[in-house]
Design a protein around this ligand. Structure first.
Ligand SMILES: C[S@@+](CC[C@H](N)C(=O)[O-])C[C@H]1O[C@@H](n2cnc3c(N)ncnc32)[C@H](O)[C@@H]1O
Length: 190
């Protein structure tokens, strides 16, 4: 699978956003290489977009563990679910929800591709439904950090282009790699 092929399954308005908003296949493969060395009960993508990370990870993992995605834009959840059905992929569940409001606790591994940053940035936005505001960004980042601080010891957070901040109270960095497309890191709850 290549990004070109996978992205060609997307509606045009989401395909053009791929280099900026959806995880490249190479990063998903790299994440799988890490996860296969781990004891994984489930993986949750916080802000799953069009489902690119979840749908490709579950295929790399070949059903070794369940994969979940939560996304607050209903249109993107619908695209993810349609693709899941079209590609006949099982072992992945998409939920329409705001993870800041209903944080999905209980997973061994979480993944984020900087989901809060869209509040800060005008370019390559998915849409203009969310207010751009540094104040809202700071507030949301604090809410996310607070949720993550309530995850149990040993929980891992995998970040691609970060989670929005540089300090994550209660977590230590256990892996860090500068990849061609961006920084990839693993944080562990102490
Ligand atoms: C940069 S995209 C990454 C998409 C996907 N994880 C991937 O790697 O391909 C971030 C996604 O997070 C979603 N998002 C941002 N804030 C969210 C929230 N509070 N709850 C649920 N989804 C959110 C956005 O709508 C967007 O689809």
């Amino acid at each position: 699978m290549t990004d070109e092929i996978w992205d060609s399954f997307l509606p045009i308005e989401y395909k053009v956003l791929s280099p900026y908003q959806w995880t490249p296949i190479e990063i998903i493969r790299f994440t799988w290489e890490y996860l296969k060395t781990q004891s994984v009960s489930s993986v949750m993508d916080l802000g799953s977009g069009v489902g690119k990370f979840c749908l490709n990870l579950v295929q790399f993992a070949n059903g070794s563990f369940p994969v979940y995605g939560v996304e607050d834009r209903k249109g993107l959840v619908d695209v993810s679910e349609k693709l899941r059905q079209k590609l006949k992929i099982t072992g992945v569940t998409f939920t329409h929800s705001d993870f800041l409001v209903n944080f999905p606790y209980g997973h061994s591994h979480y993944y984020v591709f900087n989901p809060l940053y869209e509040i800060m940035k005008g370019e390559h936005s998915i849409d203009f439904k969310k207010e751009k505001s540094a104040m809202v960004f700071i507030k949301n980042l604090q809410i996310l950090k607070n949720h993550l601080s309530h995850c149990k010891k040993g929980t891992k957070l995998i970040t691609y282009h970060g989670f929005g901040g540089s300090v994550l109270p209660g977590y230590k960095i256990v892996k860090q790699k500068e990849l061609e497309f961006g920084d990839w890191m693993v944080w562990e709850k102490e």
